[in-house]
Ligand binder design. Structure first.
Ligand code: DC
Length: 232
């Protein structure tokens, strides 16, 4: 369907459905999908497991020293029909989505040396072929020359509600007020951090999906790809 190597960068606020639409796009276009949030989450899980975080303080020197021992990979689980994230060969897909990781990941992602390393790994993935990558700094830092940049958002209440329902569906404990607080807190840290703060790239298209269905949102992005002659 697509004629050339294409890089699609999807950035935006937390829990606004970036990864869901990115996965759908990757599938429809038969290209790779990279969830960079899962990479920051995996580093956070590593730090938690090795007691490198206490009282909301990260032992930065120890975490930076540990980076060469961290290997993050992705694979498609054919049985469960979903992408899985591996930390040093172990599937951590479920664990990195839990509140313990969610509430510390913004802290870890403020560390410049961690970002530098992850950006390098992400650019390496981009050398391999077409992909859709989602995160916070993909269009601004990782791939400033991406063929299509989307900046996604939705109101914070809508995002918290979706996250609440997702956790409930998975049978996990969920408290709406706590989730709303977590969503707002992550927005605040992501947008105000000194290192690569979350911001809309000048050439990114804004997509507010508060009132859009998944299908409408998907169709909107496909139209943008066609407008840019990236697909037929
Ligand atoms: O997309 P997510 O919610 O899984 O991301 C988890 C956290 O990782 C988010 O709070 C900010 C951080 N992150 C980042 O700083 N840069 C990225 N490219 C992706 C995620």
């Amino acid at each position: 369907m697509n004629k050339q190597k294409i890089v699609i960068a999807i950035d935006g606020h937390s829990s606004c459905g970036k990864s869901t639409v990115a996965k759908d796009l990757a599938k429809a276009l038969s290209i790779a999908y990279v969830d960079t949030g899962a990479m920051y989450r995996s580093v956070t899980l590593y730090a938690l497991r090795h007691n490198l975080i206490s009282n909301n303080q990260v032992d930065e020197a120890a975490l930076i020293a540990a980076l060469p021992h961290i290997k993050i990979t992705f694979a498609f689980n054919a049985e469960q029909k979903k992408n899985e994230t591996f930390l040093n060969g172990e599937s951590v897909e479920a664990e990195i989505r839990q509140m313990e990781v969610s509430s510390h990941v913004s802290l870890v992602s403020t560390i410049g040396a961690v970002r530098k390393q992850l950006v390098e790994w992400q650019r390496d993935m981009g050398k391999e072929g077409s992909l859709v990558m989602d995160g916070r700094d993909i269009g601004t830092v990782v791939f400033p020359n991406a063929d299509l940049k989307i900046f996604m958002t939705a109101s914070d209440e809508v995002r918290a509600q979706r996250r609440y329902e997702e956790l409930r569906q998975k049978g996990q404990a969920a408290d709406f007020a706590e989730i709303l607080h977590n969503v707002r807190e992550r927005d605040r840290i992501d947008s105000t951090r000194a290192e690569s703060p979350l911001r809309q790239a000048d050439d990114a298209l804004l997509l507010d999906n508060s009132n859009l269905s998944m299908q409408e949102q998907f169709d909107w992005i496909m139209t943008q790809l066609r407008n840019k002659k990236l697909i037929d």
